[in-house]
Design a protein around this ligand. Structure first.
Ligand code: GLC
Length: 570
């Protein structure tokens, strides 16, 4: 049995235990387009969110992160911003935004906005100007390759049909760079004028009283502008090449000085480079850059429709937990708007186990150190929709990858089967409020189909059911809030090679908790490591109604059972 033991002195622990609201918060992510439509156009909006403020309050969460709500032609659902200081027309007005912020604050819920700063929309005024001529003052707000230099050094684009990140512009006789779609030109952070515009824009929102910023794709902002050639196959390890560019830390320090240091806000980076050192360099307190980051290592486990090994998941969590035991801070999550539903990916979404495995995954997120980021709908146990025709998909990533598959004559059956598992649209289907038409999301035609399981999987039904996934979510969020050990306590994993059960403790001076998670669809007779004294163990959380049968350190765990024991009484 392998034991990872993290022994730290009191002085070492001081830093990470420094209480901060954003370390103690549970962040709930709302995908506004799919949350609640108030005007019947089939697209969720701010007034819709306002109408659900009491629902948000009832969850017990502390902060809401909204995916981008700014003006956008929606090539990538708001991640292509055409005006950073106004609200997307489908979502409402600035008045609605102010009312939403007020309504959240009245309920003691903070608001985190999504800052898309690696690129803008090609419909942003800056880009419209930039492509008028090479001498236009905005030309340098973007990255260009003049045609007289010949073909640009290849760069990979995530969303382009041909994965080509350079697009030719006939007026300026130059190519512009777009790591994402052709409608998402990359901003040139080398340009100080651009950086200052961005800092002022950030202050505009912070002065309105928002509480945090999620920095979209931020690890990519600094480019190696010598445009050196990358080796064959580099795109398989893209973060090694695109992430953590030469001036990234300079920009972050500058941004911190100019903006963040003036507000008591939370900052979280999407992406954390390729190594533990990269991640620490972004978030360690003494560096004065960001508060926390989320890395992709856990998200990448489970991308294979054939399944994943629990041992890989446990080792990844343990590696990051251990490295961040004393310094720095991480976000903890299993899902967001870019990945499948967590129950379909890491759990078992069959009718038999959907509820238990959803609850188990929620238990994992809520008992880890780090700030939980929880995606809307997961608290209901929503699962992948698994579209079987390309016409049902709305996401540019899937649609363009399909075009690429057609062009390259790839096996389309295999392609479609994979999309049913990994497409981002699986998590973007409308929130399931009740069992009325369109799951109560909209009185019009939803922009994307509703998952047919809404008849039974919906908030209205689950609110009344004491054993629902939703009721369990509320219970465990409340438990985390009253248990600082879960926020700051040491993490110690046991039995890492066990393929079915994840066993760990969370401990501080006051108490010790034991978490047991059966990640399999079978009953398991599990032997808890002898080093853990379970004599006085009292179950505090259990996702089954019956108490687990435990004798000394032997316990019978039901399929997908999650149990949290308090090991000592206080
Ligand atoms: C981030 C967002 C994703 C978006 C991309 C481009 O990864 O989370 O949704 O498509 O950046 O902005």
């Amino acid at each position: 049995m392998l034991i990872i033991c993290v022994g730290k002195t009191h002085a070492q622990k001081k830093n990470i235990r420094q209480p901060k609201w954003w370390k103690e918060a549970v962040v709930y992510q709302i995908y506004p387009r799919s949350f609640k439509d108030s005007d019947g156009d089939g697209i969720g909006d701010l007034k819709g969110i306002i109408s659900k403020l009491d629902y948000l309050k009832s969850l017990g969460i502390d902060a809401v992160w909204l995916n981008p709500i700014f003006s956008s032609p929606n090539d990538d659902n708001g991640y292509d911003i055409s005006d950073y200081r106004s609200i997307m027309k489908e979502f409402g007005t600035m008045k609605d935004f102010d009312a939403l912020l007020k309504g959240l604050h009245q309920r003691n819920i903070k608001l985190v906005l999504d800052m898309v700063l690696n690129h803008s929309s090609d419909e942003h005024e800056w880009f419209k100007q930039a492509k008028q001529s090479r001498t236009n003052p905005y030309h340098n707000y973007y990255h260009w390759w003049p045609e007289e230099k010949g073909k640009p050094t290849p760069r990979y684009s995530f969303f382009d049909v041909n994965n080509d990140a350079w697009k030719y512009d006939a007026i300026t006789k130059s190519y512009y760079l777009h790591y994402f779609s052709q409608k998402q030109p990359d901003l040139n952070w080398e340009n100080e004028k651009l950086r200052n515009e961005i800092y002022n824009m950030m202050k505009f929102w912070l002065d309105k009283g928002i509480d945090g910023l999620r920095m979209d794709a931020f690890q990519y902002v600094s480019k190696d502008t010598t445009w050196k050639k990358y080796p064959e196959g580099y795109e398989k390890n893209i973060i090694n090449y695109y992430g953590m560019g030469p001036n990234l830390h300079h920009y972050l320090k500058e941004m911190n000085k100019e903006v963040m240091s003036k507000y008591n806000v939370m900052t979280v980076a999407e992406g954390a480079g390729s190594t533990l050192e990269d991640a620490h360099a972004l978030v360690d307190e003494d560096r004065h850059e960001l508060n926390m980051a989320y890395h992709f290592e856990i998200m990448d486990i489970g991308n294979d429709p054939k399944g994943y090994l629990l041992t890989d998941l446990k080792k990844a969590f343990t590696k990051w937990e251990t490295s961040f035991a004393d310094k720095g801070w991480l976000a903890v999550f299993l899902a967001n708007h870019d990945v499948p539903r967590m129950v379909s990916k890491y759990g078992n979404d069959s009718p038999e186990f959907r509820q238990a495995s959803s609850k188990l995954l929620t238990t994992l997120i809520m008992t880890m150190r780090g700030t939980p980021f929880y995606f809307n709908g997961d608290e209901l146990g929503m699962s992948n929709i698994k579209f079987d025709q390309i016409e049902d998909y709305r996401d540019i990533a899937t649609i363009n990858a399909h075009k690429n598959a057609v062009l390259k004559k790839k096996n389309l059956k295999t392609f479609m089967a994979k999309q049913q598992f990994i497409s981002r649209d699986n998590t973007r289907t409308p929130f399931q409020w009740d069992n009325t038409a369109n799951a109560g999301f909209s009185s019009g035609t939803p922009w994307i189909k509703v998952n047919p399981n809404y008849k039974s999987v919906n908030a209205f039904a689950e609110e009344k059911d004491p054993n629902s996934v939703l009721t369990y979510f509320k219970r465990i969020v409340a438990f985390r809030k009253e248990t600082p050990t879960l926020m700051y306590g040491n993490y110690q994993a046991y039995d890492l090679e066990n393929p079915d059960v994840y066993c760990y403790t969370r401990t501080d001076e006051k108490e010790s908790l034991l978490v047991l998670l059966n990640f399999s669809s079978k009953e398991i007779n599990y032997h808890i490591d002898q080093k853990i004294n379970t004599t006085a163990a009292a179950p505090a959380i259990n996702n089954y109604t019956e108490s687990p049968s435990k004798k000394n350190n032997n316990i019978k765990l039901m399929p997908w059972q999650a149990v949290v024991y308090k090991l000592n009484k206080h």
